[in-house]
Design a protein around this ligand. Structure first.
Ligand code: 7RM
Length: 634
């Protein structure tokens, strides 16, 4: 399959994609295995919204990830798995083996009552069986909803409940660094309030003691054994192009996460196209995306993108600092990784550990480096470029979202001239628009505004599960006729895009998108807390840290204990990723007369910018601000 090779080709392809998007995307879709070709490439309006790609087409994405490659690269490694413990052997699963494993587990799901259209929740550690479970769902037309293993029981149960999942696939536990994460017991707690779940399939990974509820819970290996050596084949369910492929929850401005829905054909065409072009993937290369499959980056560029392109995809179970801060670099040498894709927060934390952890490694297999998830600061970009890429590897700063399905603004590796801190140019098919506060599109270069897109691409969100109105209101109503990202953005004198950060109440903490309202809900579970307000503050390593203001219903003199209890409460209800960095106990919060918290003021205080709080005259009680300023945590 062809890809863009020069900047002139990019410009030509971009122009074609804007002038004739339907012809352009139809060309990209040709190479896949279709059970039936589409009748119409695109039907859309952004008002409802109603977006349909490859209407009338029928296919199964796993035939394109697996069956399509068997003849040419059946023996090639599809998944190269690196365990948490470097002394445990790595696993290499060929395309042929992966095909068999996926079919077997698809049959297990069927034996447990799964059917096309069912929602299946996957809550697993980073082991090959996670990818196998994802693909097995797709094989039988069940909609997967992967929940990141770092979320705890309440977040898990909310997500299971929202999608009314009937099956959960999990493991006894997972290894992460020196820790053993007890996944099954979290599932047990979540299921106390999730009546829709009839079956739980449990992979044995850590050998942790778990309780198995009879009639509901079954071991993965027992279910495979029940197939008695049969089940190596499972016909791929024929799906309509717009049948949902998966739901993935993402945080929003309210406390309730949104179930972003992606559908089959458009998502497939888009992640394959962007994978091959952005990373300039060559046949035979080893690609490593360090994201967890629980996030969209793992869905699109650890599982689907690389497998669609027939690549070898590395899956790493552990963390960057275990057994030491050289682990990423050691794995790159060990598996001769050619393309390495990670988050700025990981780069900053490893940079802070010093070059002694980099020096022992050659890193000479690397050809392309990538980043994703948040703006990368110039210092981290330079460190990555010099010490990891040895000034030889282009860096692609890829901008995208759970809702965009795949990368939308990014350099093409080695083709687009890069500028540290800039995601650079829109990919073919992507039509960005910057809007001012009044809703007018800003024309020309050297402008700052809010980033929107004015034309659909195949990977765009279709709906938010069970609540189409919320999808419309969040993304399509704010600027009529546009999809709104929620990000601020600058277009510079060269027409290059630089993302300046979120303009709503979500924050990126260590690359994880968290809703401040969601964290507040978790904090408010503490019996002594009456009210709380969470805002972000700039953090050297994490990008953003979590600053929380809490009001207690009676005076607690043991503030250290109280703070510890609050952290434990957040960990218990939401998960360790949402632990507050700073907790300030306050008597009141700055509220307007209508009772709305003025977060602008709290953000300034959290940033330690006490002199520029702006207008506080509309506050119900301006004196609370003085009290908060005095107690502010530096
Ligand atoms: C892929 C992912 C989406 C939000 C998005 C931005 C931020 C992502 C970049 C970035 C600056 C980047 N999906 N973001 N990539 N900001 N430069 N290259 O992260 O749904 O979890 O988050 O992440 O704010 O809206 S996500």
């Amino acid at each position: 399959m062809q890809r863009i090779n020069t900047i002139e080709e990019y410009q030509k392809e971009y122009k074609h994609s804007v002038e004739n998007p339907e012809a352009f995307w139809a060309e990209q879709a040709e190479q896949f295995t279709w059970q039936k070709k589409w009748d119409t490439v695109l039907e859309w309006n952004f008002d409802e919204p109603n977006i349909k790609w490859f209407v009338g087409g029928q296919l199964n994405i796993t035939e394109n990830c697996l069956d399509r490659h068997l003849k040419e690269r059946g023996e090639q490694t599809a998944i190269l798995w690196e365990p948490n413990d470097p002394n445990e052997p790595a696993r290499k699963i060929s395309y042929k083996e992966l095909h068999t494993d996926v079919c077997r587990f698809a049959n297990v799901l069927k034996n447990n009552g799964a059917k096309k259209g069912d929602r299946i929740c996957i809550y697993m550690p980073m082991v090959p069986e996670l990818a196998i479970a994802v693909l097995a769902c797709a094989r039988i037309g069940a909609i997967h909803s992967v929940v990141f293993g770092g979320f705890s029981f309440k977040s898990l149960s909310d997500r299971i409940h929202d999608a009314t999942c009937n099956i959960v696939v999990t493991a006894d536990g997972g290894f992460r660094g020196a820790k053993d994460i007890p996944l099954k017991s979290v599932v047990d707690e979540a299921l106390e309030t999730s009546p829709s779940v009839k079956k739980v399939i449990v992979l044995k990974r850590t050998n942790t003691n778990v309780t198995m509820k009879s009639g509901r819970d079954a071991w993965w290996h027992d279910e495979i054994a029940l197939l008695g050596g049969r089940g190596e084949d499972c016909p791929a369910e024929i799906m309509d192009a717009e049948d949902p492929l998966f739901i993935l929850y993402t945080s929003g401005s309210t406390g309730k996460p949104k179930g972003v829905v992606h559908t089959t054909a458009g998502y497939m065409v888009y992640v394959d196209y962007t994978f091959r072009n952005v990373f300039q993937y060559n046949n035979g290369e080893v690609f490593w995306c360090t994201a967890d499959v629980g996030w969209i980056t793992g869905h699109s560029y650890l599982v689907y993108g690389p497998l669609l392109a027939g690549a070898t995809t590395v899956m790493f179970e552990g963390i960057p600092t275990y057994p030491d801060a050289g682990r990423f670099w050691s794995v790159i040498d060990k598996h001769k990784v050619n393309i390495f894709y990670t988050a700025p927060t990981a780069i900053r934390s490893l940079e802070a550990m010093g070059l002694d952890f980099v020096k022992p490694y050659k890193l000479d297999s690397l050809r392309v480096l990538g980043t994703v998830g948040e703006p990368i600061n110039v210092e981290a970009w330079n460190w990555y470029h010099e010490n990891i890429g040895k000034k030889n590897c282009p860096i692609v700063d890829t901008y995208w979202q759970t809702e965009t399905g795949g990368i939308v603004i990014s350099p093409l590796a080695g083709i687009t001239k890069t500028k540290p801190g800039f995601a650079t140019l829109p990919l073919p098919g992507i039509q960005p628009a910057l809007m001012d506060e009044s809703g007018k599109e800003l024309i020309g270069n050297n402008v700052d505004g809010r980033l929107c897109f004015k034309f659909p691409w195949p990977g765009i969100i279709r709906t938010t599960y069970g609540n189409h109105k919320r999808c419309k209101e969040t993304y399509f109503d704010i600027y009529k006729g546009y999809y709104f990202t929620g990000d601020g953005c600058r277009r510079d004198e060269d027409g290059y895009y630089r993302i300046t950060g979120r303009v709503d109440d979500v924050i990126k903490v260590s690359g994880h998108l968290l809703g401040t309202a969601e964290i507040e809900n978790a904090i408010n579970q503490h019996p002594d807390i009456v009210e709380s307000a969470v805002v972000g503050f700039p953090h050297d390593i994490k990008g953003w840290g979590i600053y929380t203001f809490v009001i207690c219903d009676h005076e607690r003199k043991d503030t250290d204990n109280l703070k510890k209890e609050i952290i434990d409460t957040v960990t218990k209800y939401m998960g360790p990723i949402a632990k507050p960095d700073k907790i300030q106990i306050v008597k009141g919060l700055p509220k307007t007369r209508s009772g709305k918290i003025m977060r602008r003021i709290l953000r300034k205080i959290a940033e330690n910018d006490l002199e520029n709080l702006g207008d506080t005259s509309t506050l119900l009680d301006p004196s609370v601000v003085e009290e908060i300023k005095i107690g502010a945590i530096k």
